[in-house]
Design a protein around this ligand. Structure first.
Ligand SMILES: [Zn+2]
Length: 130
């Protein structure tokens, strides 16, 4: 019984080691593929997704709001996204710093606009769960 236990443990350890190596490879793949090329910003208005734009391409996006007057200008430059212009009363979205890391957001409360970075480098370390 003791021998069997020992053998089982050793293979268990090997198995765990293999899983660990695979996890690192998947993480690195994910990190390189999505962390650099795949990062994008998601633009949502009033909880509805209006568009997604890659952070690797510089561009200006004018966000309009149908019937009501209002606009925000989203600028993507050097892998970062920021709001450079808006006609909202508080202009808090314009004052917010540029975002580039996964989970970071720019919010314009008067326009119910939420810009979120998705698939970029993690801004917090939470292991392999993300
Ligand atoms: Zn605003």
């Amino acid at each position: 019984m003791q021998k069997k236990d020992k053998r089982f443990r050793r293979s268990d350890l090997l198995f765990a080691g293999a899983i660990f190596v695979i996890a690192i490879m998947v993480y690195l793949l994910f990190h390189f593929v999505y962390g650099k090329e795949g990062a994008y910003v998601q633009v949502a208005v009033d909880g509805k997704v209006q568009g997604q734009y890659s952070l690797s391409e510089d561009r200006n996006v004018q966000i309009d709001y149908g019937q009501a007057e209002g606009f925000n200008v989203l600028v993507i430059e050097d892998g970062k996204a920021m709001v450079t212009e808006a006609d909202c009363p508080d202009k808090l979205c314009v004052k917010q710093k540029s975002i580039s890391r996964s989970g970071e957001t720019i919010v314009c409360l008067p326009h119910k606009l939420v810009i979120t970075v998705i698939g970029g480098e993690e801004s917090e370390y939470d292991g392999f769960t993300g």
